[in-house]
Design a protein around this ligand. Structure first.
Ligand SMILES: O=P(O)(O)OC[C@H]1O[C@H](O)[C@H](O)[C@@H](O)[C@@H]1O
Length: 505
């Protein structure tokens, strides 16, 4: 279960369900504050068999509680497909469930409680300080002294001004301890750090639409770097001075190209990189130049886990604002900000300079994502059904818009074979791949909450020798012809009834 801030009522219900159904031990973050990266870290550290509900351990002695789910989740990663499918099947067949009476657990206080539950047995609840654990992990990965010197101005003579937005999610206590207490940032660097069950009425998605407030602050030009985190702290958005937007694909590529700045990788070495299929291929260019392997996996962090456990992967990311490394088995928003701060401390340049120099060295993979949220599911499915059989006919064809022509090199429905366990995952998105490596991808979201969400991913490739004017041009201008081609080939507007997306990233 993806855990963000759990309000007291939710924690109480979880305690009662676990106790009544034979869970042996439940570990809770104090005050319900448990970010997903902190949970992943905890499971790895304590080797608990977590992942079903919070970090609950199943009671091995209770046959009534053995649902036949035998998957091992103690790598701290998201549940694999086989497990979630099985859980889903079980939920379609629930005939009864048990609840025990209220248990008196004060989850605002660190400590342990033990209960005897009638007809079930012993049930332990441990309340931990998950912030402390996580901060310790970060201090082992990064060089805090160097980052502190940058933030406080000791390194350059000028303070680095940060603004970090928790969006009323769970990261507030983590970033205030890290950025203010440990790294010397001013307390007014932090926004919306009090976790709220309703996220203060906002949508805790760190993107240009839902974190536009942060973009506006950065546009004033008073801060050097901005970051926003989602509700459970596993995703991040990075902005530079004046609101310079770092796409998640570029963020991943820049971290990859500068991994040796981070002490953790000086110790572990670099094992390989990976990205989800729709993520722009900027990191592939870095991998090629530095001689590392780069994997392309379906959307969903769980696909990185096997590669990490097999020692093949150090760093990975997704266009959906997830970035992370093999320090845990989840994406990690705060880790990404610290990685950027470590790079800034090393290079002593601005975010924008670092990105532009990266493009000049490696070329640029320009990326945008159009989301059509809450569209009629029938129309969205029909669009995919209309497009898929036509894909082979596009191969070799020239498609053009606004006087720009692209030749289709390949077209398919993305399918993935895991190189570790050989499992096959099908139907992961319809792709038009062009001979200059540009790409158009259509995918139906697996996480939308109402109707269907159609995601249209557009990637253009700009070589580093085309001249700075084109290399640095706005993404909208560079991608317009590909967007028009995508809308025309899919008949998206006709199938969904939408003439514009709800969110553009
Ligand atoms: O299927 P989508 O709506 O595009 O969502 C995709 C995202 O879903 C979850 O948040 C996963 O944790 C991410 O790893 C994944 O990228």
């Amino acid at each position: 279960m993806d855990v963000s801030y759990l309000c007291p009522q939710a924690v109480s219900v979880i305690i009662k369900i676990c106790a009544a159904n034979g869970v042996k031990k439940l570990i809770i973050g104090r005050d319900g504050i448990f970010s997903t990266p902190a949970v992943s870290n905890l499971i790895r550290k304590r080797k608990t068999d977590g992942g079903i509900i919070l970090t609950a351990s199943h009671n091995p002695g209770g046959p009534k509680n053995d649902f036949g789910i035998k998957f091992n989740c103690n790598n701290g990663g998201p549940a694999p497909d086989g497990m979630t499918n099985k859980i889903y099947d079980l939920t379609t067949n629930i005939k009864e469930y048990r609840l025990c009476p209220d248990l008196n657990v004060d989850f605002g206080v660190i400590g342990s409680d033990s209960f005897q539950i009638e007809g079930v047995g012993t049930f332990d609840v441990e309340v931990i300080d998950s912030v402390e654990d996580y901060v310790e992990l970060m201090s082992e990965i990064f060089d805090f002294n160097k980052i502190r010197d940058l933030i406080t101005g000791k390194a350059t003579g000028e303070k680095l001004k940060i603004v970090a937005d928790s969006m009323a999610g769970v990261t507030g206590p983590y970033i205030s301890t890290l950025l203010v207490d440990k790294l010397g940032a001013s307390p007014d660097s932090l926004l919306r750090t009090v976790p709220k069950p309703d996220f203060g009425g906002g949508h805790p998605d760190p993107n240009l639409t839902y974190a536009s407030h942060l973009v506006d602050i950065l546009k004033k030009g008073e801060h050097d770097i901005g970051a926003a985190f989602d509700g459970d702290g596993d995703r991040n958005m990075i902005l530079g001075k004046n609101g310079f937007f770092v796409t998640p694909s570029d963020s991943l590529a820049v971290i990859a190209a500068n991994l040796e700045c981070i002490p953790y990788f000086q110790k572990t070495g670099i094992r390989g990189f990976a990205r989800s299929m729709p993520t722009a291929c900027a990191v592939d260019r870095v991998a090629k130049k530095l001689g590392h392997k780069c994997y392309e996996v379906p959307t969903g962090w769980k696909y990185f886990g096997n590669l990490m456990d097999a020692g093949r992967l150090s760093l990975c990311g997704e266009e959906s604002f997830g970035t992370g490394s093999d320090h845990i088995r989840e994406k990690d928003g705060i880790w990404a900000l610290l990685a950027w701060l470590q790079i800034l401390a090393e290079k002593k340049k601005s975010v924008e300079q670092i990105i532009k120099e990266h493009w000049q060295q490696f070329g640029r993979n320009v990326f945008t994502r159009y989301d059509y949220e809450d569209v009629d599911a029938g129309g969205a499915n029909l669009m995919m059904k209309y497009l898929e059989p036509q894909l082979p006919n596009f191969v070799g064809k020239k498609l053009s818009a606004n006087g720009v022509e692209f030749t289709v090199k390949a077209a398919d429905n993305f399918e993935y074979t895991d190189s570790v366990d050989k499992s096959i995952t099908k139907n992961q998105g319809l792709r038009l791949l062009f001979d200059d490596d540009s790409r158009i991808i259509f995918r139906l979201s697996g996480t939308g909450s109402a109707g269907a969400t159609v995601r249209l991913y557009i990637e253009g490739v700009i070589d580093n020798n085309v001249g700075l004017q084109k290399l640095f041009a706005p993404a909208d201008d560079l991608l317009r012809p590909l967007v028009l081609i995508a809308l025309e080939t899919s008949k998206l507007q006709q199938f969904t009834g939408r003439d514009k997306p709800t969110v553009i990233t």
